[in-house]
Ligand binder design. Sequence first.
Ligand SMILES: *[C@@H]1O[C@H](CO)[C@@H](O)[C@H](O)[C@H]1NC(C)=O
Ligand SMILES: *[C@@H]1O[C@H](CO)[C@@H](O)[C@H](O)[C@H]1NC(C)=O
Ligand SMILES: *[C@@H]1O[C@H](CO)[C@@H](O)[C@H](O)[C@H]1NC(C)=O
Ligand SMILES: *[C@@H]1O[C@H](CO)[C@@H](O)[C@H](O)[C@H]1NC(C)=O
Ligand SMILES: *[C@@H]1O[C@H](CO)[C@@H](O)[C@H](O)[C@H]1NC(C)=O
Ligand SMILES: *[C@@H]1O[C@H](CO)[C@@H](O)[C@H](O)[C@H]1NC(C)=O
Ligand SMILES: *[C@@H]1O[C@H](CO)[C@@H](O)[C@H](O)[C@H]1NC(C)=O
Ligand SMILES: *[C@@H]1O[C@H](CO)[C@@H](O)[C@H](O)[C@H]1NC(C)=O
Length: 370
Amino acid sequence: MRQNTITLSLLCAAAAVAADQILFPNTTGPYRVGSKILELVDYSRDDIYSLFPQPRDLMTTLYYPIDDNQTTCDIDTLYTPQLGIYLDLLASAPLGTFREFALPSCVNAPLAHPDLPLVLFSHGYKGSRLLYAGFLQEFASHGFNVLAVDHPHDALVVEYPDGRAVYNTLDENVVGAVEQDLDVRTQDMIFALNSMNNSTITSQIPGLSPRKLQTSRVGILGHSFGGSTTFQATVNDTRFVAGTLFDGPFWGFANQTGTDAPIMLLAALQPSSEDWVMEWTTTWPRLRGFKRWFDVAETLHLSFDDIPLLAEILGADLSETVGNVTGTRMIEIESAFATSFFNQFLKNVTDGLLDGKQAEKWPEVSFVMN
Ligand SMILES: *[C@@H]1O[C@H](CO)[C@@H](O)[C@H](O)[C@H]1NC(C)=O
Ligand SMILES: *[C@@H]1O[C@H](CO)[C@@H](O)[C@H](O)[C@H]1NC(C)=O
Ligand SMILES: *[C@@H]1O[C@H](CO)[C@@H](O)[C@H](O)[C@H]1NC(C)=O
Ligand SMILES: *[C@@H]1O[C@H](CO)[C@@H](O)[C@H](O)[C@H]1NC(C)=O
Ligand SMILES: *[C@@H]1O[C@H](CO)[C@@H](O)[C@H](O)[C@H]1NC(C)=O
Ligand SMILES: *[C@@H]1O[C@H](CO)[C@@H](O)[C@H](O)[C@H]1NC(C)=O
Ligand SMILES: *[C@@H]1O[C@H](CO)[C@@H](O)[C@H](O)[C@H]1NC(C)=O
Ligand SMILES: *[C@@H]1O[C@H](CO)[C@@H](O)[C@H](O)[C@H]1NC(C)=O
């Protein structure tokens, strides 16, 4: 059981919202943020989950700092049509409600700072890169170019510019499925990173060419099974120099080999499964680099995606599913800790947060072990 299936029954307050765009909160970091959707096709790799021959085809979104003086800013719908319908049904909201959600980030604005580090993001099982957009834009505003990757057939649904939609088809009960899927996900992350060093691809990123992104030392971050993906990727490809897991188990062969990369775990205080706590504890001595494990009080597994923020925006009480920390606060916590961690390992800037400095500002977060 990969435990990231969203099983909400609710969000009934949607009708109260005006029939306009429903904007996510503005980012709070020092940089304004732009976004660009990129389809990355790996012609060298068959999609083993596809029923017909088909190269592995990834939808991704790059979030990135833009110039302060950027004058035009196009704001676009966040959720794709099928994902929007899925969320409407889940929330018992009027059809079309979720198609009104939009990020304040400027779509296709010129990327301004290719010198800032690149961090890749992997979603949870039956999740979607789009269900973390609130966190991802905030994290980017703190000075990172952030590429979020969808894993087709594992994601809830992946929708392509030509109208195709690929739904989750994996059978998680098959023996070996977890290890196989983790390897496919890891290959996805490696291919996405290679693509950020391929000028045919990066020429599509507004404002970038002929400059290049920094791809020799990058960060990786993921929620749930995306956390497991993060962990394995640091072992399979040493360009991933540091990794952060949001409530994700240490699954796959890497829990035997361990990793040299610095690792940070932000865990739900009430994890989905007590097994995970035992697994984290067992694997912990095999993490050979810098390591920090923090628990976040009053959180549950789904606290670490945008669902708490959606509930907050719609005025719905989802505390039984997403815990008691508000969406805005969750994003503040995730972003502060991820920023501190990746600043330390990708920018060589240490602010002491991970060693307890200013702990009074983060009462929800408790240090477990290092
Ligand atoms: C977000 O920022 C824009 C532009 O600065 C501003 O017009 C808007 O009111 C802000 N929205 C919120 C919710 O603060
Ligand atoms: C915007 O700022 C950048 C530096 O951040 C500068 O290179 C560029 O010329 C400015 N553009 C305008 C229109 O002022
Ligand atoms: C990761 O490393 C394992 C163990 O060496 C190997 O079996 C697997 O094929 C590698 N996967 C990727 C995606 O490189
Ligand atoms: C770069 O991407 C293009 C377009 O997908 C592809 O044809 C080419 O083989 C890639 N180059 C490398 C070195 O992988
Ligand atoms: C990026 O691609 C170039 C060839 O275009 C290659 O020389 C270089 O090693 C690659 N860098 C990384 C970090 O993959
Ligand atoms: C290691 O990963 C496997 C899945 O690949 C999992 O079944 C096992 O419980 C994990 N062990 C630990 C200690 O995390
Ligand atoms: C949220 O608060 C309620 C009421 O105090 C409590 O019963 C519940 O356990 C809390 N949830 C979490 C995840 O801490
Ligand atoms: C990071 O900072 C330390 C201490 O100031 C220095 O020794 C080290 O060379 C720096 N590393 C990089 C990659 O800049």
